[in-house]
Design a protein around this ligand. Structure first.
Ligand code: ADP
Length: 574
């Protein structure tokens, strides 16, 4: 080990400059490297592109022995190994794409100490040859890339990751472990620590805020979305942007609409060679797709309309806006996709268009997704619950009255910098009931700007409605779906409701004066906020959520966002 802090920092910086040619560490990197060099386990939660690889590659060159990198994507290993070798760090991988004698050669080199970085997939850890290698080699560090894959609460759970904990525990003189991920909420983080058995832990969470991004959320009926997007694109004619849609059909329709309607709006003729928008999705022929991507990257077409198949590995720095035509499946997915805006650091805008129908569509897609052959029935159930939970997170983002930058960074567990504290530091919960413009709009604007800090909206006190709904869920013993609950609290006289003995229930007719849509809306918000939850399975029974008890507290106060500014305000500037 290298002694003395000053010396160590100098060494790490020298290694960064020598091997990677970078002047200085980015935020978080030095912290993580310090932890590793101190012999501690580290958990690094940093967004994609923040530079996580450096966090184990620099220690790998400084420490004696070989660093094992566990990575889920065989397809990316070759690139990583090539680029490490290009940088003068001896690196290799063993995986199923190699012939047995090739694998044997890599192991021999690694045992001889000729490899500093050895990339393997988690499945490899259990093989006898790997065990033999581990017993013979001097292992400096184990890096677990994409560490969130160990958790069933994340998006990308892989059962093979569950073997990593056993592997680490089996090492007689266990070296430090560096777990790295871009997505780790509280639950995922707890799983990483618990399942990998991390100890003497140093946690670094960093860099999730993107202060040059303006976050906008618009609740729009389905029929109004296209108009909104056409308006936006027409009022930003020279800007490059991505519009994400949920389905291939929507992609094609919207690309056609934009190419026809935007020129019309601007009083120009449509130009088939340089349309306003091109579509991009997995169902298109490869050359059509590549053509669209090239046109977009070269600024020959300003807008690309795409499914989430678009964006992986695309490095276009001047994307000025990203619009989501539908609700994404999680805050993680949204952060990733919206984050493709403003890579050059210039002000850019991320807009999420949503409505309640989107939530139902997402739930349906999830139910259809339930048949995953690789997982046991029990695992499928767990993953399903986890996905519901992720959806609640993004619904919460759409509905919150809090600063959207703050919501996002808090979601990722980052502490909020003072520059960001904006209005969000002053919770909207201080509002005083109906009709008063309160919440985010009173306070100073947050660093990057967001619709909640900027715009006028009122909050409405929905405590009584929420309390009645909660009472009804109790009355029906958590046994019916939203439709019946709405009917009971509104005092419906329909036969099926009366047959349930609803008239004898405390909650019956309590909300007779509240419109049906409003009651539904409150149920949805209560689900997003954890007061209620929707059971898995096709009947979507409404159950109590973890915060249910709060609704019976006499001090219970609950609000809903009511936007005052026109929802189709032409989106000027950023
Ligand atoms: P992540 O794994 O977090 O997505 P990578 O490790 O792939 O990110 O790094 C993203 C990019 O940033 C790479 O091109 C990498 O070389 C570059 N990079 C990493 N650290 C630094 C640094 N300290 N200075 C400049 N560029 C860096």
């Amino acid at each position: 080990r290298i002694g003395g802090e000053g010396l160590r920092n100098t060494e790490a910086l020298a290694a960064l400059q020598k091997y990677f040619g970078y002047e200085s560490f980015r935020t978080g990197q030095a912290d993580v490297i310090d932890g590793v060099m101190d012999g501690r386990d580290v958990l690094a939660v940093m967004p994609t592109g923040a530079g996580k690889s450096i966090c184990y590659q620099v220690p790998a060159v400084l420490l004696h022995g070989v660093t094992i990198v566990i990575s889920p994507l065989i397809s990316l290993m070759k690139d990583q190994v090539d680029s490490a070798n290009d940088n003068g760090i001896p690196a290799a991988f063993v995986n199923t794409t190699q012939a047995p004698d090739e694998q044997a050669m890599v192991f021999a080199q690694a045992e001889a100490g000729d490899v500093k970085l050895l990339y393997v997939a988690p499945e490899r850890l259990e093989t006898p040859r790997f065990r033999q290698f581990v017993a013979a080699a001097d292992i400096a560090l184990v890096a677990v890339d994409e560490a969130h894959c160990v958790s069933q609460w994340g998006q990308d759970f892989r059962s093979s990751y569950l073997g990593i904990g056993d592997f680490l525990r089996s090492l007689p003189d266990r070296p430090p472990v560096a777990a790295l991920t871009a997505t780790a909420t509280e639950k995922v983080r707890a799983d990483i620590v618990g399942l990998l058995g991390l100890d003497d832990l140093s946690v670094t969470v960093t860099g999730f805020d993107r202060p040059n991004l303006y976050f906008d959320v618009q609740r729009l009926a389905r029929k109004d979305k296209t108009d909104w997007i056409v308006d936006y694109v027409a009022s930003h004619p020279d800007e490059s942007g991505i519009v994400y849609c949920a389905t291939r059909k929507e992609v094609e329709q919207l690309a056609d609409d934009l190419s026809a309607l935007v020129p019309a709006r601007l009083g120009r003729c449509p130009d088939d060679d340089h349309p306003v928008a091109l579509g991009y999705h997995g169902g298109m022929a490869a050359d059509t797709r590549e053509h669209a991507q090239r046109m977009f990257v070269n600024d020959d077409v300003p807008v690309i309309v795409a499914t989430n198949a678009f964006g992986m590995g695309i490095d276009k720095s001047n994307v000025r806006f990203v619009i989501h035509n539908n609700m994404p499946e999680s805050v993680e997915a949204y952060y990733q996709e919206a984050g493709r805006a403003g890579r050059d650091g210039e002000p850019s805008r991320c807009t999420l268009l949503w409505n309640d129908g989107d939530i139902n569509t997402r739930r349906r897609l999830m139910d259809m997704d339930h048949d995953n052959e690789r997982l046991s029935a029990e695992e499928q159930d767990i993953v399903h619950v986890a996905k519901r939970h992720l959806l609640d997170g993004i619904v919460g983002y759409c509905r919150t009255t809090e600063c959207l930058h703050r919501y996002m960074t808090r979601y990722f567990g980052e502490t909020v910098s003072p520059a960001l504290a904006g209005n969000g530091a002053d919770p909207a919960g201080e509002a005083t009931g109906d009709g008063k413009a309160t919440g985010a709009n009173g306070g100073p604007r947050c660093a990057g700007g967001c619709v909640n800090c900027d715009s006028e909206f009122e909050t409405e006190d929905i405590s009584a409605i929420a309390r009645a709904i909660s009472m009804c869920v109790h009355d029906v013993h958590q046994n019916v779906g939203t439709g019946k609950i709405v009917n009971i609290v509104r005092g419906s006289k329909s036969a099926d409701i009366l047959a349930m003995g609803a008239e004898r229930m405390m909650s019956y007719g309590k909300l007779a004066a509240v419109p049906q849509d409003k009651v539904r809306d409150v149920v949805n918000q209560m689900v997003a906020d954890g007061f209620l939850r929707i059971a898995d399975g096709k009947y979507s029974v409404v159950l109590f959520g973890p915060r249910a008890a709060e609704t019976v507290d006499p001090s219970f106060h609950y609000e809903m966002k009511k936007i005052v500014r026109p929802s189709r305000r032409p989106a000027g500037g950023v």
